[in-house]
Design a protein around this ligand. Structure first.
Ligand code: ADP
Length: 303
């Protein structure tokens, strides 16, 4: 209609052709504008999504690096201490080879522990369930208390272990559950070390009503502020000058990967209680093989 020749100016046909021209060009213009705007919006969304994905990947990398640094620090400091001790035994006028040998053996053990911790972090991030076996939680608690014995004695902390021999076995990764126990005990020690007064670490294992196991690590330390009960599980949240804030977040991800639950509550009259619950391993029960407390528990322990 626009190109239709209209001989008479200002006639109906002439106006109709002009209006049609205006409408069609406006329509084309608006459609093009709409298309270009939606294309730019889509492009912007894609760029933001890509940026978010990159940041998430970087954060995972940070978390892995922080987790490795956190878990390897303890065996590394053990290695340095034992290497120093070994050198001192050798440095004497008459070197004590047996004691030096014992120190070097402890270094080897620490090395294996560091290697196992790294392996288990990798497994944790890959949600690997291959290393799971039936575990006696009481045995793991005894091991964790034996490994932290030096720190407990140094800070004059009394240990009250109440381990219920009726608790069922749980299915899990031995190294990871041990990591959780070590982290909870180390945090309890840290919180009591900065406070005067009676220092008591209470470790209990109980049978959960639903058939699982509840482990609690209670201390008489500084306690946790009411605003911080959930924040303490956030990655990088720490109130310690040398802290990394990764311990509890790793613990929670390990326990949740085992379909369990980890939570914190106040202890009475002071301090904090960290508890975790794990489901029973259907196939076995610890009641079938109750064991006594070993001799190497720190002083003050009771069953
Ligand atoms: P880090 O020990 O490196 O600070 P964690 O994730 O293990 O990292 O702990 C985070 C924070 O939770 C600690 O800095 C501390 O403030 C608090 N917290 C953890 N356990 C206890 C406890 N038993 N008593 C008091 N505060 C605790």
């Amino acid at each position: 209609m626009v190109s239709f020749p209209v001989p008479v100016r200002f006639s109906v046909g002439w106006y109709a052709a002009r209006v049609c021209g205006l409408l069609s060009s406006s329509l084309v213009l608006f459609v093009l504008l709409y298309e270009i705007t939606t294309l730019y919006a889509r492009l912007l969304r894609a760029v933001f999504a890509q940026r978010r994905e990159r940041e998430a990947r970087l954060m995972t990398g940070d978390a892995v690096a922080a987790a490795i640094a956190h878990e390897v620090r303890q065996p590394l400091s053990g290695m340095v201490t034992n290497a120093d001790a070994g050198l001192r035994w050798l440095d004497r006028s008459t070197p004590d080879l047996d004691k030096a040998k014992a120190s070097f053996k402890l270094i080897v053990d620490d090395g294996h522990r560091a290697e196992a911790a790294i392996e288990s972090i990798r497994a944790n991030f890959k949600k690997d369930a291959r290393n799971r076996s039936s575990l006696d939680i009481n045995e793991l608690i005894r091991e964790a208390l034996a490994l932290t014995r030096g720190d407990l004695q140094r800070h004059r902390i009394q240990v009250q272990a109440e381990l219920n021999v009726q608790v069922p076995h749980v299915r899990g990764d031995r190294i990871q559950i041990q990591q959780v126990l070590l982290n909870l005990i180390t945090n309890a020690i840290d919180s009591m070390a900065v406070k005067d007064g009676t220092r008591v670490l209470g470790v209990r294992s109980e049978v959960h009503d639903g058939g699982g196991v509840v482990v609690s690590v209670a201390d008489t330390g500084t306690g946790i502020g009411s605003q911080e009960f959930e924040r303490i599980f956030d990655p990088l949240f720490t109130t310690k000058s040398g802290g990394m804030g990764m311990g509890l977040s790793i613990c929670r991800s390990i326990i949740e990967a085992h379909d369990g639950r980890l939570w914190a509550s106040p202890n009475k009259p002071e301090g904090a209680v960290l508890q975790f619950m794990l489901a029973a391993d259907g196939a076995r029960s610890a009641a079938a093989s109750p064991r006594e407390l070993p001799d190497n528990l720190p002083s003050g322990s009771r069953l």
